[in-house]
Design a binder for this molecule. Sequence first.
Ligand code: NCD
Ligand code: ZN
Length: 351
Amino acid sequence: MTPPESTVQRLVITRPDDWHLHLRDGAMLRDVLPDTASRFGRAIVMPNLAPPVVTTAQAQAYRERILAALPAGMRFEPLMTLYLTEDTAPAEIERARASGFVHGVKLYPANATTNSQAGVADLRRCGSVLEAMQRLGLPLLVHGEVTDPDVDVFDREAVFIERHLEPLVRDFPRLRIVLEHITTTVAAQFVHAASDNIAATITAHHLLLNRNALFAGGLRPHHYCLPVLKREMHRQALVAAAISGSPKFFLGTDSAPHPKHAKESGCGCAGIYTAHAAIELYAEAFDRAGALDRLEGFSSFHGPDFYRLPRNSDTIALERIAFQVPDIIEKGGDTLVPFRSGESIAWRIAR
Ligand code: NCD
Ligand code: ZN
């Protein structure tokens, strides 16, 4: 059923936050940060740098580099994360919690995605760390995909839930978990049915595209991300979860800049850059679903409520005026191909 076309032309919402973001470092950080900081109040910053951010001291130094890269007059709060390894010590979790600026610990299954080589091959080796996180209420942020080469790429999330997430939740029932960038009906149902300790982020690109977008008229490397796009029925389940009003689902762009040459290659990198139009893309997705009235909860309330942070107190305004995305943008001395490159987006930020 097609929802009734909305007549809303302008929408004012509490300033949103991005609960899953890749900012990178150095010149790339400097050039991508304003795209996020001009839209969002805060972002959960992923720690998959090379080398990864594994200690609270490294997170503090990275946080300072982010704040130093922020253009004068812009306000933005980076919410830092640690990269979990099999060598992470419970004392590091204590330090992270005490810092006040580390808001989660990221689980990358080893070799699941970009810069995840130092991730976790066997979660059973992390018991004392997970115990400390459960005790201290520090959330575990999960890249939920198995890396077993015998598992079909499109089934990696569902198999992760069955093999790893269900046992984890049984063993650590009070551990607070965010299943990041969910992509399937299985993940949406799992989160819906789980306790209030379990939440999920959803990207704009997974709300807007299904896997056909990877092969539309030829191979489309700029639509390749991990977890990879799934079938239309899964996209519909994600839209249903996002617009459900459930506080378990919130905005996380997973905006992940890679230079054009690294994506248009014989072995192209995973990651889609959406930070240039992130909230605009979510507005378009919610509008298409006839649910603009649910955008604010998803974008601005559910995330801070789960992370036990105050909601932002200022607002942003969006208007239904289409704008054209450039074919390419220059960032960090490299060329990026932004999401919707050369095409239009139906909503823009009101100036
Ligand atoms: C991310 C990146 O490039 O850092 N890529 C992606 O496809 N999402 C890593 C990640 O979140 O998996
Ligand atoms: Zn990511």
